[in-house]
Ligand binder design. Structure first.
Ligand SMILES: Nc1nc2c(ncn2[C@@H]2O[C@H](COP(=O)(O)OP(=O)(O)OP(=O)(O)O)[C@@H](O)[C@H]2O)c(=O)[nH]1
Ligand SMILES: [Mg+2]
Length: 371
């Protein structure tokens, strides 16, 4: 395998160099914008830097050299440090390479802008079948009209927005109080999202909000919600057993909105999922939002969505958008679950780092890296 870094004025030029040097099956490992030239960084021009690898080629085994007993002496610890850094860079490239190979496009040739965008959608970790559908659907038009990259991206943004069900934030018109239960794996940001929503609706929109802590399993979970409740000066009730739920909901019956925090569970822990189900049966929520961190491994998200299916969630909250650059997981999850996205969160700040989801925002995030 050969790995090489190319610097060019634009992506097309870089791809031309790569294909002529490494062959048409070369794999793009990484692309980034850089600035080169100029004086002390001034007047520098933007360039693209592309790291590419050629196919793995079986080379004949080298002749075994006799072992030398001389221990090579390294000149300085800086040199050793440099070697360590190089090794870790190579390790990262290999990790990247194996992840991308899963998504390698079929050998069928695509015209240049589609070829480039295909690889970029793969890097965004969009499910291969969805990429195939979008890109091959555009192939004949791209060949006929000679679409350039920006036209392809504009078309795909529209297509992704329309593939996403209309975003649905909390709907207050169904009943009062509107009761919303948040479920999801451990540590994805359920409690923080509830705090952000409580602040958004009580402080900014003047709604009467109540909180319910139904996570008495994890040490400190109730205190975490109570701290937010105290700061926002809104009531917090605790449900110790699912049977407590109807009593607690009655206490909050004069609220416009009741947000129920549940314990985080492993998607494989059937007992805990059953326990949440019993709680949901007692609460009789208006809506159930499934909370998913976009940092979840692409293949794990399907298991998570499947395991919680029996809880009949209808909406998806995506959290931790600030912790990754690959947003394809959102599209995969929406299509797989056939749910609507409700909110997007991008940071730990309560109440600022939350917004109502939208198809166009998600499409922009997914294709942001392609422009
Ligand atoms: N970077 C980032 N961190 C977040 C975001 N949302 C939540 N967090 C952090 O993620 C961690 C876990 O958040 P929690 O709200 O406690 O998660 P949880 O799902 O309630 O966790 P459990 O109750 O233990 O299942 C905290 O450190 C939060 O500050 C986000 O959008 N971005
Ligand atoms: Mg929590």
């Amino acid at each position: 395998m050969r790995i090489k870094t190319y610097v060019a004025d634009n992506m097309q030029e870089a791809l031309y160099k790569i294909k002529s040097e490494l062959g048409k099956d070369a794999i793009i490992l990484q692309t980034r914008q850089i600035k080169k030239g100029g004086i002390f960084g001034f007047f520098s021009r933007p360039k693209v830097e592309v790291i590419a690898a050629s196919e793995i080629v079986q080379t004949p085994k080298p002749q075994v050299k006799p072992i030398s007993y001389e221990i090579p002496v390294r000149e300085s610890s800086r040199e050793i440090e440099e070697i360590k850094n190089e090794i870790s860079e190579v390790k990262d490239l290999i990790k990247n390479l194996s992840a991308r190979e899963i998504y390698r496009k079929p050998s069928e040739d695509l015209p240049p802008p589609l070829d480039v965008v295909y690889n970029e959608l793969s890097s965004a970790e969009i499910e291969k079948s969805l990429i195939d559908k979008m890109i091959y659907g555009l192939k004949s038009q791209a060949e006929k009209d000679g679409l350039d990259k920006s036209a392809v991206i504009t078309y795909l943004k529209n297509q992704i927005s329309t593939m996403i069900n209309a975003a649905e934030p909390i709907n207050f018109t169904v009943e009062k109080p509107c009761k919303v239960v948040f479920i999801g794996p451990t540590g994805v940001g359920k409690t923080t999202t509830i705090a952000k929503l409580a602040a958004m609706y009580s402080l900014n929109m003047g709604k009467k909000v109540g909180l319910v802590a139904a996570d008495t399993y994890r040490v400190g979970a109730v205190e975490q919600l109570k701290t937010y409740g105290d700061l926002l000066e809104i009531p917090v009730e605790v449900v110790f057993e699912p049977a407590d739920a109807s009593r607690v909901m009655k206490k909050l019956s004069d609220c416009d909105l009741v947000l129920v925090d549940t314990m985080g569970t492993s998607p494989r822990n059937k007992m805990q999922i059953k326990r949440i189900k019993s709680l949901i049966e007692m609460v009789k929520p208006t809506e159930i939002h499934m909370v998913i961190s976009v940092t979840t491994k692409a293949k794990d998200v399907y298991e998570i969505l499947e395991s919680y299916k029996e809880l009949n969630y209808q909406k998806l909250v995506f959290t931790k958008l600030d912790e990754t650059n690959s947003y394809g997981l959102m599209l995969n999850a929406i299509i797989f679950s056939n749910c609507s996205p409700s909110y997007l969160t991008a940071g730990q700040n309560v109440p600022d780092d939350i917004e109502v989801a939208s198809g166009s925002k998600i499409a922009d995030l997914i294709l942001g890296g392609c422009s």
